[in-house]
Ligand binder design. Structure first.
Ligand SMILES: Cc1cc2nc3c(=O)[nH]c(=O)nc-3n(C[C@H](O)[C@H](O)[C@H](O)COP(=O)(O)OP(=O)(O)OC[C@H]3O[C@@H](n4cnc5c(N)ncnc54)[C@H](O)[C@@H]3O)c2cc1C
Ligand code: FES
Length: 523
């Protein structure tokens, strides 16, 4: 079943499954406000919270429910152990900025902790240690290098000879003390309550179809006129080109496994598969959450690949098996009870893009390039952008400035990802495996089919009904690919995704694929 209001794919995450979805009335008239925020994930909701705290008039526009984007699909580690490694950040941005990166992520964890306390949000927030250990393909030197770089960046990391809590890993690791975790949907619920208390307004099932410096217009033609516009849609939907050349979309996979209570609690990450080329080396990330009286849920993620390009010949839907094998080798798993995947935007130089939208009017702001640290990046955005709106300087603004561009320091992996984009744009229709007749599409399968000389995307559901869509992505025209795991049409260029009925579920496209209703016997 696809419930694109609830989440951005077929699978339902533990977070979305364990709380009642938070919905509000859709916008049904024109309104004026000071600040309009598009997007009801952690970035948009935290931003709205901070702005209402400062006494500003805020409206949130969300086209699904609260948390129905990537926030509802996260694993919710709150950490300053960054995906892109401090030694890499040091090389690209210099030592001072690597320090600012560490400071900002630590501050974001503290900011969340303070909100949880002040607003008395019951969201299972807890401080716990994190451990970074070597992936078998990586060398001990890189762990040592990372240890030194974290210390240089001002973190109180420690070198340990063994990885606490993981059976199979006997090698050394870096301990990151006092990291944190929480239940993201419970946290968002608490924030929404606090926003409403301070007169912030939230509208769900409301799609911002047009966005400009004066505000937004919904699909239903209602306007929100605003002095400031914040685009917190994970990847900006108001921008066709500039920012999308600076980041690349990656799919990432999660299993939730039932384990007996009593295992130690921590955050664990390995250093990632060094043999895979791409903006980011896929790594494993693990944590616990409470499941029932006798069990905890061990949540393990990894197996990333660029969206629409399932490399190593491992299709999307087979990634869970590999994840399960890896997890079972290290933890006493009883049964895998959850499977879901999501999308992260990998920035070219390891830091998110937070601030004024390049080549746009001065009152328009974006939050994107979250990588696997979007819980803290989204929170950092709520600490920076309100200051920019109020005309203040912020010490981290330069580090996260979306207008920065250091091509020489970007590295081979980012160039490789962008080469894939160019290849996809040029190759267009020619590349894709095609069928010549709709009858060849099997049940529960999506394929590109040629009908009267035109290419279409066709999916046949379990009831034998065909769902036919156009295949050219409305963003810049790349050809979408079928994702057999989340039952979606995914664009390999910048990560737009669409349901079987062509409805957009991930930007940067802000409009749908055409959906056709012609009967099969017509062809
Ligand atoms: C599997 C997985 C594991 C992760 N694990 C971690 C982790 O452990 N720690 C961590 O820090 N980060 C993690 N991340 C990253 C983090 O979850 C995300 O970066 C973060 O949730 C993004 O939040 P957001 O608010 O920016 O975007 P989203 O949550 O995607 O919110 C954007 C919202 O905008 C809405 N929207 C889009 N277009 C429109 C429009 N035109 N009109 C109205 N609304 C619109 C969408 O419906 C969506 O709800 C993980 C991500 C994934 C996928
Ligand atoms: S997302 Fe850019 S062309 Fe599809």
């Amino acid at each position: 079943m696809i419930n694109d209001l609830k989440t951005s794919g077929t699978h339902i995450s533990y977070w979305t499954n364990s709380v009642v979805p938070r919905m509000y009335k859709p916008l049904d008239k024109n309104i004026d406000t000071d600040i309009v925020i598009v997007g009801g994930g952690i970035s948009g909701i935290t931003m709205a919270y901070e702005l209402t705290l400062r006494g500003r008039d805020v409206v949130i526009i969300e086209d699904g429910m609260i948390g129905s984007g990537e926030t509802g699909r996260t694993t919710a580690h709150l950490t300053c152990a960054l995906d892109d490694r401090y030694y890499h950040l040091e090389n690209v941005h210099g030592k001072e900025k690597a320090k600012l990166a560490a400071e900002s992520h630590n501050a974001a964890i503290g900011y969340i902790e303070t909100i949880v306390k002040n607003e008395q949000i019951d969201c299972d927030f807890e401080r716990l240690d994190g451990y970074l250990f070597l992936h078998p393909s990586d060398k001990i030197e890189s762990l040592k290098k990372e240890f030194e770089a974290t210390r240089e960046a001002g973190l109180k990391t420690e070198w340990l000879d063994n990885v606490p809590g993981i059976g199979k890993e006997s090698g050394p690791c870096i301990k990151f003390p006092a990291q944190a975790q929480f239940h993201i949907m419970k946290y968002l619920h608490g924030l929404c309550t606090a926003i409403e208390k301070r007169n912030g307004k939230i509208f769900t099932e409301t799609h911002a179809a047009k966005i400009d410096e004066k505000g937004i217009e919904t699909t239903g033609k209602h306007r929100v006129n605003a002095n400031h516009v914040v685009i917190a849609t994970n990847t900006p939907v108001n921008n066709r080109f500039v920012i999308h050349t600076k980041q690349s979309p990656h799919r990432t996979y999660v299993i939730g496994a039932r384990v007996q209570k009593g295992l130690s609690k921590a955050l664990w990450w390995d250093t990632g598969d060094q043999e895979i080329k791409g903006t980011a080396q896929p790594y494993h990330y693990v944590r616990m959450a409470a499941l029932d009286d006798q069990h905890d849920l061990l949540i393990c993620g990894g197996e990333d690949h660029m969206t629409g390009v399932a490399d190593n010949d491992v299709p999307e839907e087979n990634r869970y098996g590999r994840l399960e094998q890896w997890t079972r080798e290290r933890f006493p798993v009883e049964e895998v009870v959850y499977r879901w995947s999501g999308q992260v935007m990998e920035p070219m130089d390891g830091m998110a893009f937070i601030g004024r939208n390049p080549m746009d009017s001065d009152n328009t702001y974006i939050v994107t390039g979250d990588s696997g640290n979007g819980m803290t990046h989204g929170t950092i955005a709520a600490m920076i952008i309100p200051d920019l709106i109020e005309g203040k300087q912020h010490p981290w603004a330069g580090l996260y400035d979306p207008d920065r561009f250091k091509f020489l320091s970007v590295g081979q992996n980012f160039i490789r990802d962008n080469t894939i984009v160019v290849r996809e744009l040029i190759k267009g229709y020619a590349h894709h495996p095609e069928l010549k007749a709709l009858r060849e599409v099997k049940k529960d399968e999506g394929r590109i089919v040629e009908i009267k000389g035109e290419k279409y995307g066709a999916y046949r559901d379990a009831r034998d009904m065909l769902h036919i869509v156009s295949v050219q992505c409305p963003h810049l025209g790349c050809i979408v690919r079928w994702n057999n795991d989340e039952n979606s049409w995914d664009c390999p260029c910048h990560g737009s995704r669409f349901t079987i009925e062509g409805k957009v579920i991930n930007g940067p496209s802000n409009s749908d694929l055409s959906y056709y209703h012609f009967p099969e016997e017509t062809f």
